[in-house]
Design a protein around this ligand. Sequence first.
Ligand code: SF4
Length: 377
Amino acid sequence: MTQKALPVHTPETRSIDPSSTDWREQARHAIRDLAGLERAIRLTDEERRGVERALSGGFPLSITPYYLSLIDPDDPSCPIRRQVVPTAHEGVEVPGDLVDPLGEVEHEVAPELIRRYPDRVLLLATDRCAVYCRFCTRSRMVGDGGGARSLDVLEPAFRYIEENTDLHEVIVSGGDPMVMSTSRLVAIFERLAQIPHIGNVRLATRAPVTIPQRVTDELCEALERAHPSIWVMTHFNHPKEITEASREACARLVDHGFPVMNQTVLLRGVNDDPAVLEQLFRGLVRMRVRPYYLLQADPVRGTGHLRTPLQRGMEILARLQGRLSGIALPKLVVDTPGGRGKVVVGPDVIVDKSGGRTTLRTFRGELVDYLDPPEGR
Ligand code: SF4
C-alpha cells in the first residue's frame, strides 16, 4: 500500500521530499497554484479549467507534498486525485445543490458555534485545512482567509456552552483544527475542560490522512494534558490513504489513549465500490481505527459529479453486511439537508411487519421471521 515518495516541485523550492517529517514544511510547501500542480501531475483540460476557476474566487486549492505523492500523475481517474484536484464540473449546479447543505448558518447559536442536536454543539475553530477536499460540506467558509479563530473570538461560544448545561459534548472542527498551532489548539481544549457538564470532546480532523506528520508525540502529549476525554474523528476515504505515515499517526493517537473513529464519505469514482470499501474498512480496523460512518455525500453546490444515488450506498452496505465483522462495518448515514440531523439508512432488511411478526432478510438473502414476545407478561 505504501508508495515510493517522488520529489514534488513547488514554486518555493525545486524539490521537496514528500516524506518530510516536518509538518510545517508540509503545510508551507502545499501546492496552491496552477504552475505548481502542472509541474507535479499531467492535468487534463477539464482539471486545468477547474483549477483556474478555484483560483479565481472559487473554493481554494491546497495539496500537501505528502498527499500529492499518493496521486497517480498520469491517471485523471485516480481516487486520490478526484478528491483534491478541481475540475470544471465544480461550476455545474444540479437540482438539490445547496451552499450550506446542513443549514449551519441557520443553526448558529454563537459566533462559530452550531447547534443541531440537543446534547452537542459544533465549534468551528478555524477555516484552514492542509488539503482542500473538493466535496467539502463547508466549502462556503473553509479557506475563506479568516484563519485560526482566537480565544477572544471564541469566548461567546464558550460562554454559550457554559450556560447550556444540557450540553454534553463539543465537536471541535473547522477547517481542520490540527493545522492550528499546538498552543492554540491546546488552549481550546483546556478551556472546554473547565466546563464540568461537557463530558467529552471530539476532535474532527483529516490530518492523519493529509498531513500525518502533524500527529507528533509532542502534540498528543499536549492534548492528553489539556483534556481528559478527547475522541478523534478522522476521515479516510480510500485504501490508498493507508500508508506507513498515516498508520503511524493513528497508532500514535491510539497509544496516547485517544479513541479514533473514522467517517468515510461515499464518492463517485473514488470509493463507490464494495471491494474498495471492504479493503478500506479492514485496513482501518487493523490500525485500531473504528469505521464509524459511511456518509452519503452532502449536496454541496458544484459536487454533483462526485455524488452517488442514495440507493448505491444501500446496495454497497448490503454487500458488506455479513462479509465484515461488526467492528469494521460503519453506519450508512444521510445528514439531512437543512440541518435536520443524521438519519441512519439501510441496508433495508425489514421485508414485512405485522401482528408481532417481523420478516427480516439476512445477509445471505434468506427470509427469517422474528416473533415478538406476547404482550402483558
Ligand atoms: S479536511 Fe475536512 S474541512 Fe477541510 S476541506 Fe477536507 S473535508 Fe473540508
